[in-house]
Design a protein around this ligand. Structure first.
Ligand code: NAG
Ligand code: NAG
Ligand code: NAG
Ligand code: NAG
Ligand code: NAG
Ligand code: NAG
Ligand code: NAG
Ligand code: NAG
Ligand code: NAG
Ligand code: NAG
Ligand code: NAG
Ligand code: NAG
Length: 821
């Protein structure tokens, strides 16, 4: 541990040195921490971003914020903790941001109370939960709210510790520490989290408590996560009592009481309480006798390793107890390490809406995964440790490619951590949270992440021999079935659960597997990714995986017709025949048990980024392809009713979900870049706003936010390849710090797009002063992304075909003879 700390400090120092000069702008002032906190129904979270609201440093282990319960529950989403109108049930240290599915985290918690007399029952949150009054206030690193009880709560957080500041009105003063609190999944028992036990010790003078809580299950059905806690109050309480009580959470079938008994009362035990064999709930209540208005602060450290580490974090990271000073240090870190990596003019004439969209998007794409160096409870290793990859399915599309450019240090650390997971647990994760791999939505998409880093030359301390072994295992070894109730056929924990179809048949069959369409499309890109790393690490393997990457062609039904278009990826059976009556424009619930996951066959037929050339040919050549592409952006073409979850999207293309992220940019492959600009701008303008419902769906760990950043930069990466498409920037001058300390400058002369004006079509482009006739470039072309340089766009209102060079490449181009591999 000592060694790791020293290395990390050195790493931060190098950061401080090189960006000091650029750090005089407080970009954090432009961040709106509520973008995505609300969905389409005003006042409710459902269909919104599911974001975390509270205090956190970039990739912080601790994300301190309120947990709420909002009714009607069918219109809510508790995942991020905060909901617009929800009642507060606790204020907790660990959160996700932007995730769907069964919630994770929401522990360990405190709750300030002004009375603990009947009817309050410390084991029943319904008896003490709090409506908030007035508007919540949040800015980077700081959050404030006012409870109906009159208590003002202020929060800030460091990397491993949280600072709570309570301003009590005159009257009673108590703080409940509830180790059995977590974010529940009230409408679904099987993947809800549940509490499995804990222990709390109150230290002799009553101001310090230590212990642990263990919470199991949640989204990826993980085993219990044990978090060690060390909390302290700045004012010694007059009374501090530990308690326990029967575990009767109604949703978790594990402890369900079927005789409808009312929630029992706690039993008080002096200074110590343990769960014992019945997983009893434990906690403590701290009380202050003075009845005058006063402030009580608490600093709390957490660790996945020990109470000692939790206490050390609390003491070291929050030595000042000062919330304004703590919040300022958090903002400084965000400005230095995150926001200042992309610098635009912030002066009086700058468009403040755009500044909010840019810097808020940067904020939301740096909340998870969680950096947990020195916090791996599972194995000893000198490699870094990260958690909360939730999920690669979201992150691989373009977010990892931006981290590659602007966060090379953090990103290298993540990749080393992923490879270390493979070494110690057998497989790379596709999702990971609570120190546990899962859920796999389609393919093994960490393969795409590793390939993207590899082809762009990320080396550092990454052992690519092992990196290649990791992706090769995904491509070759069928994972053990994890008995997840939503998929009776294959593992959802890790790896590729349908490899026993994929290898012998060349596609995933619809009779032996679920999600055949989307898995076939994803496995194809995964094998292309493997071939990309093989090219450098094991050249003899490259051809094998390149051929496998054409598997989607075997699932292409040349006769399938929909809306007058012919040829689609379709569900295909093991006997070789296609599911002819499959609805190409409607995937039903589009879920785990369906034939296509979160996207129709119509949409997935466009998701072949490694071989767009064959895709265009299969769709009947460039003009048919263009017509079909035009069609998916026409209003009222979708057959899928996204309801309140869809924010009014009626096109087949669903910009709110990851599979379709790249589709608006496909016009570049026709040398009609102006159409990519037109479509993608329109989507961004129609669906992204500086408002609490300003994002079209779950932010997915920031994946949606990152899509917007690329749009604003005027670039789009083709992941697993070194290619970037050229689009149209939203600022006339952007400086980006790439490759640690080099500057990429993007300029847009002639940009004139305020208030509906359309001066954003590209007239011509030059790179490092050289006229550039292609609508794409590669990572190392003219050293642009490695050494820095300048991309200059000349923009105007004319929809111009300015590109005369080759169309973007299809490095995974494979021709199958007679439809065979
Ligand atoms: C939630 O349920 C209520 C009835 O309890 C209904 O009126 C409302 O439309 C539902 N909301 C959604 C988003 O389904
Ligand atoms: C409130 O407590 C009950 C148990 O008394 C629990 O089932 C429920 O999940 C809790 N609600 C929240 C939002 O934490
Ligand atoms: C309580 O004890 C802790 C150490 O256990 C000490 O740091 C703190 O100052 C004490 N507080 C008071 C009010 O005595
Ligand atoms: C408990 O309550 C539920 C719902 O009100 C009811 O269906 C069930 O019969 C009750 N069980 C007992 C043992 O009273
Ligand atoms: C605080 O109040 C409790 C409960 O009324 C009482 O037992 C205790 O003696 C009081 N402590 C002090 C220091 O006044
Ligand atoms: C970008 O960097 C150049 C060169 O240092 C500087 O002249 C320009 O003002 C910068 N632009 C912005 C928006 O930071
Ligand atoms: C990389 O990993 C391989 C396999 O574990 C090992 O043999 C090799 O020594 C490692 N290379 C370095 C530079 O550590
Ligand atoms: C398909 O083409 C036919 C004949 O050109 C036309 O009548 C029909 O409206 C088209 N259908 C759709 C969905 O565009
Ligand atoms: C192929 O398999 C599917 C699904 O089991 C079945 O419906 C179909 O009849 C089979 N076709 C042939 C030609 O055997
Ligand atoms: C789409 O359908 C809605 C509802 O039927 C209708 O109000 C709207 O005018 C249609 N839009 C277009 C462009 O056809
Ligand atoms: C730039 O960053 C690299 C990688 O961290 C480092 O080796 C190099 O010394 C830095 N150069 C300057 C001028 O700071
Ligand atoms: C500022 O940017 C927003 C978002 O792109 C845009 O809607 C608005 O028209 C711009 N305002 C001006 C005055 O350019």
């Amino acid at each position: 541990m000592g060694l790791v700390v020293v290395l990390r400090t050195a790493f931060l120092f190098s950061f401080i040195f090189c960006v000091l000069a650029q750090n005089d702008v407080d970009y954090s002032q432009f961040v709106n921490p509520f973008i995505g906190s609300e969905g389409a129904i005003p006042g409710y979270a459902y269909g919104g971003g599911d974001i975390f609201v509270g205090g956190a440093v970039p990739f912080g282990m601790v994300k301190l914020g309120i947990d709420t319960y909002e009714e009607p529950i069918n219109q809510s989403a508790l995942n991020g903790g905060w909901t617009p109108k929800g009642k507060v049930t606790g204020i907790s240290m660990l959160h996700e941001s932007g995730t769907g599915g069964g919630a994770k985290y929401g522990y360990p918690a405190q709750m300030p109370l002004t009375s603990i007399d009947a009817p309050v029952n410390l084991l029943d949150n319904l008896t003490y939960w709090q409506t908030r009054v007035g508007e919540d206030f949040a800015r980077v690193g700081y959050y404030r709210t006012l409870f109906e009880s009159g208590v003002t709560v202020e929060l800030s957080a460091t990397r491993h510790a949280g600072l709570y500041q309570y301003n009590f009105p005159s009257g009673g003063k108590h703080v409940l520490v509830d180790f059995s609190h977590y974010i529940p999944h009230p409408t679904r028992a099987w993947d809800s989290q549940f509490y499995t036990g804990g222990e709390i010790d109150i230290h002799p003078n009553g101001s310090i408590y230590t212990g642990y809580t263990s919470i199991a299950n949640g989204w990826n059905l993980g085993p219990p996560v044990t978090v060690f806690v060390c909390g302290e109050f700045d004012e010694t309480p007059d009374e501090a009592r530990a308690f326990s009580g029967k575990n009767t959470f109604p949703v978790g079938r594990h402890f369900r009481s079927f005789n409808n008994e009312s929630t029992p009362q706690p039993t008080f035990h002096g200074s110590q309480s343990r769960s014992g064999p019945m997983s009893d709930r434990v906690g403590a209540i701290f009380s202050w006798n003075s009845t005058s208005e006063s402030q009580i602060k608490s600093r709390v450290g957490v660790s996945f390793v020990s109470v000692e580490k939790a206490c050390a974090y609390k003491n070291q990271e929050l030595s000042s107890w000062d919330i304004q000073q703590t919040a300022q240090a958090v903002r400084d870190e965000w400005n230095r390490d995150i926001f200042s990596k992309i610098r635009v003019d912030t002066g009086p004439s700058a468009n403040k809406t755009r500044l909010a969209l840019l810097y808020s998007s940067l904020y939301f794409m740096h909340l998870i995964p969680s950096e947990r160096i020195g916090e791996n409870p599972l194995w000893e290793s000198d490699e870094p440790y990260w958690d909360d990859f939730y999920t690669m399915w979201d992150l691989f599309r373009n977010q990892v490619s931006l981290w590659h450019l602007i966060q090379p240090g953090y990103y290298e650390s993540m990749i080393r951590s992923l490879i270390d997971m493979f070494k110690h647990e057998g497989f790379l994760p596709d999702g990971r949270s609570g120190n546990y791999n899962g859920l796999v939505q389609g393919g093994s998409n960490a393969d795409n992440v590793l390939a993207d880093a590899y082809v762009k030359g990320l080396r550092g301390s990454i052992n690519w021999t092992e990196g290649y072994a990791a992706v090769k295992k995904d491509a070759e070894v069928l994972p053990f079935w994890d008995v997840n109730p939503v998929d009776p056929q294959g593992s959802l924990k890790e790896g590729r659960g349908a490899l026993d179809d994929w290898i012998p048949l060349g596609y995933v069959s619809a009779d032996r597997n679920t999600r055949a369409v989307s898995k076939t499309v994803e496995y194809s890109l995964n094998d292309f990714a493997v071939s990309q790393i093989a090219a450098g690490e094991e050249p003899g393997d490259q051809e094998l995986y390149l051929r496998r990457s054409a598997g989607w062609q075997l699932s292409w039904d040349r006769e399938a017709t929909s809306r007058n278009f012919t040829g689609f990826v379709m569900p295909r059976y093991a006997n070789g025949s296609f599911h002819k009556t499959y609805d190409i424009t409607d995937c039903g619930t589009c879920n785990w048990e369906d034939e296509s996951y979160e996207g129709t066959a119509f949409e997935y037929s466009f998701v072949i980024p490694h071989d767009v050339e064959t895709m265009i040919q299969f769709m009947g050549g460039p003009s048919h392809f263009e017509e079909r592409l035009d069609y998916v952006f026409q209003p009222n073409t979708s057959s899928v009713d996204l309801g309140a979850n869809g924010l009014g999207i009626t096109t087949i293309n669903n910009v709110a979900n990851e599979p379709d992220f790249g589709t608006p940019y496909l016009y570049n492959y026709l040398n009609k870049q102006y159409k990519s600009v037109e479509r993608s701008r329109q989507l961004a303008n129609d669906f992204y706003f500086n408002t609490s419902n300003g994002i079209p769906g779950n932010s997915d760990a920031g994946a949606l936010n990152c899509w917007l950043i690329w749009q604003m930069l005027g670039l789009y990466p083709i992941v697993t390849t070194p290619v970037y498409l050229l689009e149209s920037p939203w600022f006339d001058d952007i400086n980006i710090t790439v490759n640690h300390n080099k500057t990429l400058r993007i300029r847009a002369e002639g940009l004139d797009d305020g208030d509906g004006r359309q001066g954003y079509y590209v007239q011509n482009v030059s790179i490092n002063g050289k006229s550039w006739n292609k609508n794409w470039f590669e990572h190392e072309d003219l050293g642009i992304m490695t050494e820095g340089g300048e991309i200059s766009f000349l923009l105007g209102t004319e929809m111009k075909v300015w590109e005369t060079g080759e169309v973007p490449p299809s490095p995974g181009h494979v021709v199958l003879e007679d439809g065979r591999r």
